[in-house]
Write a protein that binds this ligand. Sequence first.
Ligand code: CUA
Length: 380
Amino acid sequence: MIMAWVLLVIVVGSVLFHVFNPWWVTPLASNWKSMDDTLDITVVITGLFFVAINLFVVYALLRFRHREGGPHAKPEPDNKKLERWLIVGTSVGVAALLAPGLLVYAKYVNEPHDALLLEVMSQQWQWRFRLPGPDGKLGASDPRFISATNPFGLDPDDPRGQDDLLVMGNEVHLPLGKPVVVLLRSNDVLHDFFVPQFRSRMNTVPGQVSRFWFTPEVPGRYEALCAQLCGVGHPDMHGFVVVEDAEHYAAWQQALVSFAVASKPPPAPDVAANPLVETGRQLADAKGCAACHTVDGSPRVGPTWKGLYGKDETMADGSTEKVDETYLRNFILDPQAKKVKGFPPVMPKLPLTDDEISALVAYIQSLGGPPAAGEQKAQR
Ligand code: CUA
């Protein structure tokens, strides 16, 4: 008896929770309303079966519970009529669950011909983006070309790649209302590029180019997530997609650097003074440090490197430590050994040689000390 009432409360509670729960999907900002519709159909069908089956169990528990002189359920091991109805009912239910998804998927793999191309490059734990230049084509790439100055691994001899536009940060812009075909590559492990408001998404798989398409239909700045568990920094692997009108988009694109320009060694005047600094800068780029550490003072996952050297850092336990060469060296060698106050302990242990660590430390030192102790930099 009590089981029947408990089941009834679960059924009614589930339906009420679905109707009133505050955690429904984010507002749609792309052309993929059909994905939401498919989800709705799935919820309705599974919901109807859930309610019907559980109410039947409640009825059976109440009607046929054991009592003196009460009715007995008649066993029917071979009821052809009932079996036919169950087969037809479940077949229709399963077909109704699968068919809408297949129709949407057919559209999903049928890319529009006039679409913009956008390459998304994933790496623990950051996103990079590449757009075709004026020729409208992306140049060939290969992992063996990947280096500090060529993080996308573009073929330096492919003329189609010379004008490709590179976005080194984690934010890309897209024009409103224009279909985009997204090509995805991974530099290390499985990731998944996912902007919830666009609904469409795809895994990035090392060694292959996966793809999907969508049309952004609502202007805004959307957060891109990584939707595959890809290591300790996975929750911090954020990116941003800004959807804006054609004019703003053109202005943003204008400021991007082409591969031909980016792959030339930068004419930095201080390189001659201390080549180690430049090596450190390239290493920081190649190892993905910039995903978590800025050099302009703005906060990210980890402390900014601007003004870090020589600073008194507060640890999670309240103690302070001076950020000097020894501190940085130890931290890079074993990032989990100490916890810095206000920052998640997510820094990965990178396989770096002693010389590489020296270069990184020199680079961090070159970015200056704290304002009050500005005198102590440039001692090398
Ligand atoms: Cu990349 Cu999770």
